[in-house]
Structures are given as structure tokens and as C-alpha cells.
Design a protein around this ligand. Structure first.
Ligand SMILES: NC(=O)c1ccc[n+]([C@@H]2O[C@H](COP(=O)([O-])OP(=O)(O)OC[C@H]3O[C@@H](n4cnc5c(N)ncnc54)[C@H](O)[C@@H]3O)[C@@H](O)[C@H]2O)c1
Length: 485
């Protein structure tokens, strides 16, 4: 595989995206919370036939009706530099961008995405645009949008609806991306797919070619939807690719979760008892990194083999009831709700730090914590001090949302290079099948092995690593049922 690192970013293609009509008029720089108006003052209507409702969020926004709504378009230059930084560390994705630039596989296709707006996501978004897609984007978590990056995308001509702290208008933003009438959907957590399926089932059945899903929790949701006979278009389970699940979730979440905890607290991990709930892909990655920094790691699990793996890694396994009494820092990584609840908070040590790195904020039951809390204050960014009625203090990071994205910058670009190459290749498959008139089954589709091999080989080659190849004799030996001592 040719080394992709040497290739210059596809500037022309991005520039093409940047010249799409953007903020000519109708830009609102302050509190535009009323109904959207287009440039000539007429009420805009959404593409699926309804008027655009007002959003609820307060504060100031930079907004062009039907085109973008971000926190502050003036942050675009800062965001552009972050995107360029990420591009230089995502050689596989940039290689695929170059490879398909001429073919324009997405020409004539519209793609809506709902995925954390980070610098790495921006590289993916601009790759879709460079390859011909008309793209519309929203965040997939209220606390994960990097406002400077969102501004850069908006300024570059991408239709984007996302800002940090978007609690009230989360689904409003998703709806704005559906206004594009997408042929393709790209999800992280299934909120976009769910909205399309539940609110616009006829559109989903008739017009959407297919989609992709980025994360474990989203794939669970998808498989449940498919099992119920309610999946209306084919969706690739990108999460389950080896070059995603075994790398992004393990090494990406491992590093960035510790990064988020340190940025929010600046505590020393050495010597602390660090409780990880769930020894799956993400949890085992977090545990490894915590061990590396000198923490005593305790794991809680519900699957015996996963618990056993932790034990053989030198970690202790306990129930959460036991772990709650001894932990200094807690991190949930299960994708399951109510992992830490009232009885656990009650038995925690003074000063315990609690956070989550699973997709949804359901893992730590903050309602139950609130019910035993006397007062609460933000003591540092992304760190809230809860003073319990019994006088004990507990610190919760990032409102129980994924700490690596809310308090840090999410996964390193190098690992998102592989995840997003998977995303791109799956969408190219969907677009090519559509153009060839081929109907894919309306199922959750696994990632083909060749795709994993291609991405891993390309990644290795961009890192300057070479592998051996099996000789003919070795191949024959493997397949020889008579070979022995
Ligand atoms: N923070 C991020 O950037 C990021 C990245 C990727 C995935 N995720 C999310 O992290 C979560 C975990 O993903 P994963 O890929 O590690 O999944 P996984 O299936 O590999 O691991 C989950 C583990 O949790 C365990 N578990 C389930 N219920 C439990 C309980 N009650 N107590 C203790 N352990 C329990 C399971 O047995 C399993 O070992 C998902 O919500 C996923 O979407 C977050």
C-alpha cells in the first residue's frame, strides 16, 4: 500500500465545499430564538413539509436559517487550524479521500450525520463534501461539540446545527439535518436513525438508501430495532469492525477518558483506587491506562469471562456494592443504566470522584444523587461538587456524560483515522450499490473482513511498518491435516 502520509490534504475538494452558498444574509449573531426566517424574511419551511419550529436554547448563536446554527462563527479560524491538525494525523482517511476524489461517489447524494463535532469528525464531514455529497450535520451529545470546529465547518459551507451545552435543542438540531431529505444517514448512538424511523417512517422506507452506526450502544439499539422488524433501511455496524471496536473503543477511550478525568480534576492517579464498571472494550482500555499511571484498579462486571480477564490482568473484581466503599475514582463504561445509584453514593468515601464514558448519561443515576444532596456547586470546569445531606462531598464530572468528549477532546485523531475510514468506506459501498441499482437487505450489516484488512494495512504502512507474508509452503502447511510432529 502506498504511504498516504505523504499526500497533501485534498484542499481543492474542501475548497469546493467551502464555496457552497453560505452566510450571505440572514446571519443572526445574537439570541435568535424565534422562528427561522430566510434571507428575504419569509418563514423557512423544513424539507419534510413542516415549518421550522423555534428552538428553545437561550444565549447567542450565529445562524443562517436552514443552513447552520453554531455558537459563534467568529471562532472559525481557530477551528480551521484544529481541523488541519487532525488532517495531518489521519493519513488513511486522507488517502481514501484522494483515491475517490475523481470518481465523486457521492455526487447527487445527500447525507445527514449525527456524531460528536470534533476536529476529527470535521475531517470526515469535509471528506464527504469533497467526494460530492451534500452534507448536513448535528452533534450526538449535548456536551461534545467543539464550537470552534462547528464554526469552521459552517464557514466552509457545511450545513451544521451544533453547539456545546445543547441540552434543549438536541433533537431540534437533528430535525434540521433531516430537512435535507438525506439519502444516507450516519449515526453515533442511533438518535438520527430513531428520529427518521419514528417520525418519518414513510420517508425512511421510500427515500433513504442506507446508513451507518458508530458506537456499541447504537448498534445494540439497531439490532433491537431489526429484531422487532422495524429497521427500514440497511445500516452498517461500523462499531463492530475490528479496526474500530478493538482500537477506538480500547485505546481511544482508554487514553481520552483518563485525559478528561485529569483535565476536570488534575488529581494524581498513582495510589488511588480506580473503579471501572464494565471490562469490555472501553472499560478495559480505561483500566489499562489507569494501571499505567499507578492506580489500583477494581473492575465490576456481569459477564464471568470479562471479569476473569480483569483478574488475570492483575485487577480486583468486586460488586459495585463493595467497590463503592473503597473507590477514590469511579468510571462507568457499560452502556447500561443505573450502574451507580443512591445506595452506592451513600457508601462512598468522602471526596469520591464519579464519571462516565459510556454513550448515554444513564449510567450514573444523578436523580438519586440529587435526592440525597443538600447543595451543589461547580467547583472547576466539568466538575460538580455535591454536598450530601450527611455532609459528605462527592464530585461528578461532566454531568455524567462521556467525560472524554465533554471534558477533553475525545479520541486522538490517529485512532479516529481508522473508525472514520470505516465510516467512509461503508458509505461508499452504499452509494455504489445504489448507483448500480443493487438493493441491500434492510438489515444490520457487518463490516466485511477485507475492509478491516485494507484499513489496518494502510494504517500500518502510513506508520512505516511492514508485515511478513505467508510463504506458499506455510500456507500449504496450515491446510495440511496430516502434518504433525
Ligand atoms: N466515550 C467514548 O468515546 C466511547 C467510545 C466508544 C464507545 N462508547 C460507549 O461506551 C459503552 C461501552 O462500549 P464497549 O464497546 O466497551 O461495550 P462492550 O460491550 O465491549 O463492554 C461493555 C461491558 O460492560 C459490561 N456490563 C454490562 N452491564 C454491566 C453492569 N451492570 N455492571 C458491570 N458491567 C456491566 C458488559 O459485560 C461488557 O463487558 C457504550 O455505551 C458505547 O457506546 C463510548
Amino acid at each position: 500500500m502506498a504511504t498516504a502520509t505523504k499526500k497533501a490534504p485534498a484542499k481543492k475538494a474542501v475548497a469546493k465545499a467551502a464555496t457552497k452558498p453560505a452566510a450571505k444574509n440572514g446571519v443572526h449573531e445574537n439570541g435568535t430564538n424565534g422562528a427561522h426566517k430566510n434571507g428575504n424574511g419569509a418563514a423557512s419551511s423544513s424539507s419534510l413539509g413542516k415549518g421550522i419550529p423555534a428552538k428553545k436554547g437561550k444565549g447567542s448563536f450565529s445562524e443562517v436559517a436552514g443552513k447552520y446554527c453554531v455558537r459563534d462563527i467568529k471562532m472559525a479560524d481557530e477551528g480551521r487550524m484544529l481541523i488541519q491538525w487532525a488532517e495531518s494525523r489521519m493519513p488513511v482517511l486522507m488517502h481514501i479521500r484522494e483515491k475517490y476524489k475523481k470518481a465523486q461517489p457521492f455526487k447527487g447524494l445527500r447525507l445527514a450525520g449525527s456524531l460528536h463535532v470534533t476536529k476529527e469528525t470535521a475531517v470526515l464531514v469535509e471528506t464527504f463534501a469533497a467526494l460530492g455529497a451534500d452534507v448536513s450535520w448535528s452533534g450526538c451529545n449535548p456536551l461534545s461539540t467543539h464550537d470552534a470546529v462547528a464554526a469552521a465547518l459552517a464557514k466552509g459551507g457545511i450545513s451544521i446545527f451544533a453547539w456545546y451545552g445543547n441540552h434543549e435543542d438536541f433533537y431540534w438540531c437533528i430535525e434540521r439535518t433531516i430537512d435535507l431529505k438525506p439519502h444516507l444517514t450516519l449515526d453515533d448512538g442511533c438518535d438520527l436513525i430513531n428520529t427518521v424511523h419514528e417520525k418519518y417512517p414513510e420517508f425512511a422506507k421510500r427515500d433513504v438508501i442506507g446508513g451507518t452506526e458508530e458506537t456499541t450502544t447504537g448498534v445494540h439499539r439497531l439490532r433491537a430495532r431489526a429484531a422487532a422488524g422495524k429497521l427500514y433501511y440497511p445500516v452498517y455496524a461500523v462499531n463492530d469492525a475490528i479496526t474500530k471496536w478493538d482500537f477506538d473503543n480500547v485505546y481511544g477511550t482508554g487514553q481520552s477518558t483518563i485525559d478528561g478525568i485529569l483535565r476536570a480534576t488534575s488529581v494524581m492517579l498513582a495510589g488511588k483506587t480506580f473503579v471501572v464498571a464494565g471490562n469490555g472494550h472501553c472499560g478495559s482500555g480505561v483500566a489499562k491506562r489507569a494501571v499505567g499511571l499507578g492506580a489500583n484498579v477494581v473492575v465490576t462486571e456481569v459477564v464471568a469471562t470479562s471479569a476473569l480477564k480483569a483478574v488475570l490482568e492483575g485487577q480486583r473484581v468486586m460488586t459495585m456494592d463493595e467497590a463503592a466503599k473503597v473507590g477514590d475514582i469511579f468510571c462507568t463504561a457499560t452502556g447500561v443504566k443505573d450502574i451507580i445509584r443512591k445506595k452506592h453514593f451513600e457508601s462512598m468515601k468522602e471526596g469520591a470522584i464519579v464519571c462516565n464514558t459510556g454513550h448515554y448519561d444513564a449510567e450514573i443515576n444523578l436523580k438519586e444523587l440529587a435526592s440525597i444532596t443538600k447543595s451543589k456547586r461547580t467547583i472547576r470546569p466539568n466538575c460538580e461538587e455535591y454536598t450530601l445531606k450527611n455532609g459528605k462531598k462527592i464530585f461528578v464530572l461532566a454531568e455524567g456524560r462521556l467525560v472524554n468528549l465533554a471534558a477533553a477532546e475525545g479520541h486522538p485523531s490517529e485512532v479516529m483515522d481508522m473508525s472514520f475510514s470505516n465510516q467512509l468506506m461503508c458509505h461508499i459501498k452504499l452509494a455504489e450499490a445504489h448507483k448500480a441499482g443493487k438493493k441491500l437487505p434492510k438489515e444490520v450489516i457487518d463490516i466485511p473482513k477485507e475492509q478491516d484488512e485494507f484499513i489496518a494495512e494502510t494504517k500500518l504502512s502510513t506508520m512505516g511498518m511492514k508485515m511478513d507474508k505467508l510463504t506458499k509452503e506455510q500456507l500449504a502447511y496450515i491446510n495440511d491435516y496430516n502434518a504433525g510432529t
